[in-house]
Design a protein around this ligand. Structure first.
Ligand SMILES: [Zn+2]
Length: 387
């Protein structure tokens, strides 16, 4: 069993949209009131806070369940640093939210209503595996679109024991991801777009630095650009994770470098490189990979990232000199040479194989390639470009 969040777009009628709007507004007002009371009384513990504000919240016209959600959002053990809440979202629990086929039933200030959802292939697939819904967050997105982030309990298939191959994935800059199976996912559009945003942001920042140019429009543009970029990156990472997982079979093991494998491995260059480097959201990508993999019955293991790009997959000789260039690996001991990303992915797969998580099949290319035969530098015939 696994808990995951599924984002669905809603298709409310104009009347429903108005009710959602009102609900979010009331919810936010209630949050801000609760925050104010909590500050006044210096009491942020949920249980105590609940007693302090419950009557007020009910008096504002909030349902009992939504009042509980308000306290849950504001209350913290350590106090709450938020200045104020903005009217963009509202939380629901099991009693105020339920699923009705391809619609979600919500209790709003205008009573219970059934709002249709716009579902894609992926959403249908996940909903089909859902055992129960724990609640959700209603969010008003840009252009007045409404989304619901459903918290679902999902039946997870037990990965078949034995058999299955171990596939290593290397995350990089030029190629976003390289699998030890030879498949490579290009980072072209991601990199280009992020650089575009980088330049755009620099331009706006210079305006923000000069008081005469710091207009409200410029400030708003700044905020909007950040949101747009974040959404684009998230979408790309989701797509990438799904493609990687879809290229494997249930029972396989996916090996990934443990945590900050990417950081500090490639030599840093200019500020643009550094920017891309620091913003490759490894942790987020890994969590996407992990839950998508689990849903397909694929194990994910993390391995020691040390020298994965410097170790020779044939003779084991490890040296910085093995890395001829950013893209080419050539072992100084035995002469084995190959695409550097693929070598890293293969080393990652082998390390996972040796932890007893399943047998590791050496990639076939290892047997084909020998120092007497010029090996192909990159497995580019398999390259997929993310769109
Ligand atoms: Zn070697």
């Amino acid at each position: 069993m696994q808990t995951l969040t599924l984002r669905c777009t809603l298709k409310p009628t104009p009347e429903q949209a108005a009710a959602l709007e009102k609900t979010v507004h009331l919810f936010t007002q209630a949050c801000n009131h609760t925050l104010w009371v909590a500050r006044e009384r210096r009491e942020f513990r949920r249980f105590k806070l609940h007693h302090l504000v419950y009557k007020d919240l009910r008096g504002m016209g909030l349902s009992a369940n939504l009042a509980v959600q308000v306290v849950a959002r504001v209350g913290r053990r350590q106090g709450n640093r938020a200045k104020a809440y903005r009217p963009t979202s509202c939380a629901f629990d099991q009693r105020t939210l339920s699923l009705r086929g391809e619609a979600v039933s919500l209790s709003t200030v205008s009573g219970r209503m059934r709002v249709p959802m716009k579902l894609g292939e992926y959403q249908r697939q996940v909903l089909g595996k859902a055992v129960s819904v724990q609640g959700g967050v209603l969010v008003r997105g840009s252009k007045g679109r409404w989304h619901i982030y459903l918290t679902l309990r999902v039946e997870v298939p037990e990965p078949p024991q034995g058999g299955g191959k171990v596939v290593g994935v290397d995350l990089g800059q030029r190629a976003l991801a390289t699998l030890s199976t030879g498949v490579q996912f290009s980072g072209g559009p991601l990199k280009g777009k992020r650089l575009h945003y980088l330049r755009k942001r620099a331009e706006i920042r210079s305006k923000l630095d000069r008081p005469s140019l710091r207009t409200r429009g410029v400030k708003r543009l700044w905020a909007r650009l950040g949101g747009r970029e974040a959404r684009f990156v998230n979408h790309t990472l989701h797509t990438l994770a799904r493609r990687i997982v879809d290229s494997l079979e249930p029972g396989d093991t996916l090996a990934i470098e443990d945590l900050t494998g990417l950081r500090g491995r490639t030599r840093r260059r200019g500020p643009e490189e550094r920017y891309l480097h620091e913003l490759w959201p490894y942790a987020r990508f890994r969590s996407f990979l992990e839950y998508k993999a689990r849903l397909r019955g694929i194990r994910v293991v993390a391995v020691d990232p040390k020298h994965t790009s410097q170790e020779c997959p044939r003779c084991g000789h490890t040296a910085r000199e093995n890395r001829k260039t950013q893209s080419l690996f050539r072992c100084v001991a035995c002469g084995f040479q190959h695409n550097a990303d693929w070598v890293a992915a293969t080393n990652i797969a082998r390390r996972a194989g040796s932890t007893g998580m399943g047998r590791c099949k050496p990639a076939p290319i290892l047997r084909v390639s020998s120092p007497h035969r010029p090996p192909s530098e990159s497995p580019s015939q398999n390259t997929l470009v993310l769109g």
